[in-house]
Design a protein around this ligand. Structure first.
Ligand code: DQA
Length: 142
């Protein structure tokens, strides 16, 4: 069973990027973690990252057409993009929004997500473990 794990801008720099906030796990570590967790749950994870919003929109359109469940950390676009929300709203399979940091303990502009209202569920502040928990939910419910 396929599952998409999509990551937005700057997440390719995990590990070196503000480690006090995002931890020391690198992006390749995150990919390996998701692939391993998914395999143990009987899922096949396709983990991707992009710094280009149009590329992410294209992946969402394909997922909408294919009915693929998704874990999405849209990073900064979470707080800015109506276009991304509109793409998420077209998904038919479950969408779990994940944030590594607890956005509610941070700046005010991170408290609003354009995506949460069209997501199936949201996991924030549990570090990269949030991805594993999201995969587990998908394995059990999708
Ligand atoms: C983030 C939180 C966002 O506010 C931020 O822009 C990110 C990462 C997180 O995973 O904690 O880039 O989505």
């Amino acid at each position: 069973r396929p599952v998409l794990v999509l990551n937005g801008p700057n997440l390719g720099r995990l590990g070196t990027r503000e480690p006090a906030i995002y931890g020391s796990t690198t992006y390749p570590d995150l990919v390996a973690l998701c692939e391993r967790a998914a395999a143990e749950l009987g899922l096949l994870a396709d983990v991707r990252q992009t710094d280009h919003e149009g590329e992410l929109l294209g992946w969402l359109h394909a997922a909408a057409d294919a009915g693929t469940p998704m874990v999405l950390n849209a990073a900064g676009w979470t707080h800015t993009s109506v276009a991304l929300r509109d793409a998420c709203a077209q998904l038919t399979a479950p969408l779990i929004e994940v944030h590594i940091s607890n956005v509610y303990r941070r700046e005010e502009f991170r408290h609003h997500s354009y995506l949460s209202a069209v997501a199936t569920g949201v996991i924030v502040g549990l570090g990269v473990t949030g991805y594993v928990l999201a995969l587990r939910w998908i394995a059990e419910h999708a």
